[in-house]
Write a protein that binds this ligand. Sequence first.
Ligand code: DAH
Length: 335
Amino acid sequence: MKFENSLTQLTDQLELLEAEAALEIDAAKDSVSLEKIRVGLLGKKGRLSSVLGAMASLSNQERPIVGQRANLLKKHLQTLLSERLELLKAQAMTERLESETLDVTATPTGIPFGHRHPLITTTENIVDLFCGLGYSVAEGPEIETDEYNFTALNIPEDHPARDMQDTFYLGAERLLRTHTSPVQIRYLKENRPPVRIVAPGRVYRRDAVDATHSPVFHQVEVLAIDEGLDFSHLRGTVMAFLTAFFGDLPVRFRASYFPFTEPSAEVDVQWRGRWLEVMGCGMVDPAVLEGLGLDPERWSGFAAGLGVERFCMVRHGIDDIRRFYTSDLRFLEQF
Ligand code: DAH
């Protein structure tokens, strides 16, 4: 008697194979392991083949019975395998979609917005107000010549501003401009009057840093040249501008001296109970006009130089000029 390969034993083996295969297939986690299972079950050296190999010992009547069952089992396993494969593919797709989903309706969090620097906005406000009065914008270089920064502005050789102590020189002839006034000269060399310009920009002085001084700061230069301009036009323009910028702060004109204007004045606004100087101004000195080949009998005009930092400090109640240059975000984010 051959026990191993009797009909009942083989059908039992097929049944066992079916039950185990179903469990294995069900447990497959991905298509790669499912393929290994398929080879182990239905491949040439797989478990089904070895059962079929053992059929040789059966009788002619028994063999077709096992053969038929084995065929059915094979079809059944193929169905289970392909169903499992579909399921795994669908799961993988869902997982991918979920992980790659972009929720366009989600509220963005933590995206930092940039802020414009208060000195930039203040400069723009000043320039805009003058543009509203019919002025246009001019610019000049920060590296200037001694000629434009001083001589053409009627600043004498022995003026203290020319001292190495006060000015950053870049060799004998060139320097970092100490004010925006040289733009007056550059503009009038290129353009004949009537002119009305504002020239914003950075200026440099050899000042030690403290609460009110910085070696780099910002000015806006104002220049108007025409026929028949006098001090009342200067005063009217300055008042119109200051009222537009500050509202109703008290303003006073104080007689002063600048080599390139005559008469000259400094303008103060009252702030926190004290007079604070915010600009210098005056009627353009005839010597400056003559130097440019303009007849002072025909042309006259006024000029002013505004300190942007001062305007910004008064407007925003800032007590220390150093806050503008230290890039402290807690300060800058307020604007
Ligand atoms: N340039 C002068 C300064 O930096 C300011 C100034 C005063 C400019 C009077 C002017 C002016 O145009 O008329 O101190």
